[in-house]
Ligand binder design. Structure first.
Ligand SMILES: [Zn+2]
Ligand SMILES: [Zn+2]
Length: 146
């Protein structure tokens, strides 16, 4: 379930973008809020069922991405997965299974995140790039595939 706070934030963002927060879009958002990582249209459809037809699911994902509510994730060639944008879900990183393709969110403890930020700043600073954000992708095998 989406929390009331997240739901209100989304309502406001969509109203600003002149996008209606339809029942279908609420279902998509709610399914993504419950997922533990980015999901493709097909993966979402398996969870949501037939209450939202696949064509309308694709359209909702595109509209919600355009409005800045969803962020795309491109770890699998030719396949886009979506998740709530970081301003809604909070800063996190991803575990990508190279075997089954599943992508899982991972939050890093404050101390570690601090060290990560320092490393990223060092790397970016070394090439005169002013970094704003970063995302770590850890590739490997999930528990099911290991
Ligand atoms: Zn796997
Ligand atoms: Zn994520």
């Amino acid at each position: 379930m989406t929390t009331p706070t997240i739901d209100r934030q989304i309502e406001r963002r969509l109203a600003d973008a002149d996008v209606r927060y339809t029942r279908g879009r609420r279902v998509v958002i709610s399914a993504l809020a419950e997922a533990d990582g980015p999901r493709s249209a097909a993966e979402l459809s398996r969870v949501i069922g037939e209450s939202v037809p696949l064509s309308s699911l694709y359209r909702s994902l595109a509209v919600l991405e355009e409005a800045g509510v969803l962020a795309p994730h491109f770890s699998s060639p030719g396949l886009t997965r979506y998740e709530l944008a970081e301003w809604l879900s909070g800063h996190h990183h991803h575990l990508v299974c190279i075997c089954c393709g599943i992508v899982q969110d991972i939050e890093v403890a404050d101390g570690l995140e601090q060290r990560l930020q320092e490393i990223v700043a060092d790397i970016a600073g070394g090439v005169s790039f002013s970094e704003l954000n970063h995302a770590l992708e850890i590739e490997g095998h999930c528990a099911g595939c290991a």
